[in-house]
Write a protein that binds this ligand. Structure first.
Ligand SMILES: Nc1ncnc2c1ncn2[C@@H]1O[C@H](COP(=O)(O)OP(=O)(O)O)[C@@H](O)[C@H]1O
Ligand SMILES: [Mg+2]
Length: 395
């Protein structure tokens, strides 16, 4: 099975591109599911479905044709199905603060529930071998990063905090329920957490396996959007996911010859060059700004052709090695950069904002630094077996 994650800033075109990718995949013969994890769902709208008809049926994948289905994760339904005990406990605690039931229910939708629910589906569909490819139409960048960091966080929590808290509660409950204004969580709350955890088992490995999961970052040729894309690239890489393609959407087509748009075009050209340099060697695709919104199957197919032509397979596994990895060793940070071929020559290292730029011979690589390393400077570099190791220290 393959999992393709479409991530990017709000409004850049994730849903349209994920839907078009789904159409291309199903045309090539894959059993495909496009799943929306963005609470502001617009997948059904992209296919221009009668929303009443569609929403009556959500919660289950909705067939578009023989091989393609779409699915909008419906949080209300998920709560009833998977989170009942957790959510009723949270509601009971919230009620003690004096807020209304309606508000309590609304607030009991905790951050991350949508993402976790989607992950449970991914896991379930993988076990059932129901689809060859699952395309995930993610929420804007910050949430999708939470999505991918969740499995490791949860694992840690379950191993270290969960048994401790549970044991402690058993001991203090008889006493605490008499004196505490807030009810302590009942046993079924913990049973619920444990069963959820079971349903998520193995998802972390799926996401980190580059032969299974690829991230496609969607961006527009605008500086502010690019900044967010660069950060997303750094953090997906940091979490062990492989970004194997960048899609620049809404590029002004050359046919537009208009003084009003000249400046836009010049600035887009500059930013496109920057994008190619920054993300190399990840392939960068360009999609033009169409004369219309991408709405309905026909237009999604037009978008798919522009992206992939007739034959390109979006599920093909691109690169499987992380372009760089970060580590902390003996009190300093280390960046390990994999070089594509044996390069020789002086290694040049310099900082540019929160990026590290590495130059060797004619090769140039931009490495975005996570917040924890942004203030550090490169102090030493060693090259061995095509791996360049850069030491980062406070200077
Ligand atoms: N290349 C394009 N040309 C014209 N309109 C586009 C293009 N890509 C996306 N759109 C339109 O832009 C809007 C936002 O796109 P959408 O895919 O919903 O973005 P996101 O999911 O990232 O928020 C939609 O109305 C969509 O039809
Ligand atoms: Mg969307």
């Amino acid at each position: 099975m393959r999992i393709l994650l479409f991530s990017g800033k709000g409004g850049v075109g994730k849903t349209s591109l994920a839907a078009a990718t789904g159409l291309q995949l199903s045309r090539l013969g894959y059993r495909t599911l496009v799943m929306s994890v963005d609470p502001a769902h617009s997948l059904a709208d992209a296919f221009d479905l009668e929303t009443d008809l569609f929403h009556g049926k959500t919660g289950d994948p909705y067939p578009i044709d023989g091989r393609l289905a779409i699915h909008e994760v419906n949080i209300q339904k998920e709560i009833k199905q998977h989170w009942r005990e957790i959510s009723s406990y949270v509601i009971s605690v919230l009620r003690t603060t004096g807020i209304s039931d309606v508000e309590a229910e609304e607030l009991a939708i905790l951050p991350g529930m949508e993402e976790l629910s989607a992950m449970m589906y991914v896991n379930q569909f993988r076990r059932e071998e129901r689809y060859d490819v699952i395309v995930l139409d993610c929420a804007p960048t910050a949430e999708s990063l939470r999505f991918v960091s969740m499995p490791t966080t949860l694992e840690w929590y379950m191993k270290h905090i969960f048994p401790f808290q549970r044991g402690l509660l058993k001991a203090v409950r008889p006493l605490a329920n008499r004196v505490s204004p807030v009810e302590l969580p009942p046993d079924n709350y913990f049973a619920n957490i444990q069963s959820l955890f079971g349903k998520l088992d193995g998802v972390g490995e799926l996401l980190e396996d580059a032969k299974i999961t690829s991230v496609r970052l969607v961006t527009n040729p605008e500086r502010m959007v690019l900044r967010e894309t660069q950060r997303a690239y750094v953090y997906f890489t940091l979490h062990g996911l492989t970004v194997d393609g960048i899609i620049v959407n809404r590029v002004l087509p050359p046919a537009i010859k208009d003084a009003w748009f000249e400046e836009w075009r010049a600035s887009q050209e500059r930013i496109l060059e920057e994008i190619e340099a920054y993300f190399a060697p990840a392939p960068v695709k360009r999609v033009p700004l169409f004369t219309h919104e991408v709405l309905g199957r026909e237009r999604l197919e037009e978008l798919a052709r522009s992206l992939y032509g007739e034959t390109e397979d979006p599920a093909a596994v691109g690169r499987t090695e992380a372009p760089y990895t970060f580590a902390k060793r003996d009190g300093h940070y280390e960046i390990r950069l994999r070089l594509p071929f044996a390069v020789k020559g002086e290694v040049g290292l310099f900082k540019k904002g929160d990026e590290l730029v590495v130059e060797i011979g004619t090769l140039r690589r931009h490495i975005g630094l996570p917040v924890s390393m942004a203030a550090l400077s490169p102090t030493r570099a060693t090259l061995e077996n095509r791996i360049l190791t850069v030491e980062m220290k406070e200077t």
